[in-house]
Design a binder for this molecule. Structure first.
Ligand code: NAI
Length: 213
C-alpha cells in the first residue's frame, strides 16, 4: 500500500493530526491488533469515522470497505509521510532547564531525527554530558555545521538571543527549527521551516476550555 498526497496543499490541521494517528496505531501494534475499522479507530481516538476517512483520503484513500485498515501498513505509511525514516541530523542550542529536558526526554530517533550535538554559551555547562552527548561551546557550532550539515536545530535559548543564533545557523545551512525560544523566526527569515512550541499557550487553551466547560 502506498499513500501519496493527492496534491501539495494538505491542510495544516490534517498534518497536525497525523502524529496522533501514528501513535494510536503504534499502540494498537503493541497490542497485536492487526486490523481496525475507521469506526473502531475513531472510538479509540474520540473522533469521528468520517474525520478519519476524510483525513486519510487526502493521501489517496485506502483501507477496504467492510475490511478496515491494516494497522502495520497504515502505521508505516503515515511514518513515511511524516518522514520518520529519514534520520534528520539535529542539534540543540541552549542546554539549560528546558534544553536538558528536551534532550533527555524526547525520543528523537523515534521521530525521524538524530540529536547529534548540543551547544551552549555558559562555561559552567559546556563539557557536561546530557543524554550521552557532551555539551559543546557555541563557538564551535560553525565548524560543526560545516563538517556535519545538520538539517534541524532545536532552539532552547532565550528570545533575546534567538535572532543572532538563528541567523548564524541559517547561514550555515540549517533550514528547520524546532523553536522554543518564543522568538518569531518567520518574521525575520525566509525559506526556513519552523515549528514553534509555546507550552504556555497550551495552558491558556486549557484555561479557556475550563472557563467554558
Ligand atoms: P535556562 O536559562 O535554564 O537555559 C537557557 C540556556 O541557553 C542557558 O544554558 C544559556 O547559557 C543558553 N544560551 C543563552 N544564549 C545562548 C547562545 N547564544 N548560544 C548558546 N546557548 C545560549 O532557561 P530555560 O528554562 O531552559 O528556558 C530557555 C528558554 O526557553 C527561555 O527563554 C524560556 O522563556 C523558553 N521556554 C519556552 C517554553 C516554550 O513552551 N516554548 C517553555 C519553557 C521555557
Amino acid at each position: 500500500m502506498r499513500l501519496v498526497a493527492k496534491n501539495n496543499s494538505i491542510s495544516a490541521s490534517v498534518i497536525k493530526r497525523l502524529p496522533r494517528y501514528y501513535s494510536y496505531l503504534e499502540e494498537l501494534m503493541t497490542e497485536n491488533v492487526e486490523r481496525i475499522s475507521s469506526k473502531g479507530l475513531a472510538e479509540r481516538m474520540k473522533t469521528t469515522a468520517s474525520q478519519i476517512r476524510q483525513d486519510l483520503n487526502c493521501f489517496g484513500g485506502f483501507g477496504q470497505q467492510g475490511y478496515g485498515y491494516n494497522i502495520k501498513a497504515l502505521h508505516d505509511e503515515i511514518g513515511n509521510i511524516l518522514g520518520i525514516n529519514k534520520e534528520y541530523k539535529a542539534i540543540l542550542i541552549g542546554a539549560g532547564n528546558l534544553g536538558t529536558a528536551i534532550a533527555s526526554q524526547i525520543s528523537f530517533e523515534k521521530k525521524g531525527c538524530k540529536l547529534n550535538a548540543i551547544f551552549d554559551i555558559d562555561t559552567n555547562i559546556i563539557g557536561k554530558s546530557i543524554a550521552g552527548i557532551e555539551v559543546s561551546d557555541i563557538n564551535q557550532v560553525e565548524q560543526y555545521c560545516k563538517e556535519n550539515s545538520p538539517s534541524i536545530a532545536v532552539l532552547c535559548i532565550p528570545k533575546s538571543n534567538a535572532f543572532e543564533v538563528a541567523k548564524k545557523l541559517i547561514e550555515l545551512g540549517v533550514k528547520s527549527f524546532w523553536n522554543f525560544s518564543h522568538f518569531d523566526l518567520n518574521l525575520h527569515f525566509d525559506n526556513i521551516v519552523v515549528e514553534n512550541v509555546h507550552l504556555g499557550d497550551s495552558l491558556l487553551t486549557l484555561t479557556y476550555k475550563t472557563k467554558n466547560q
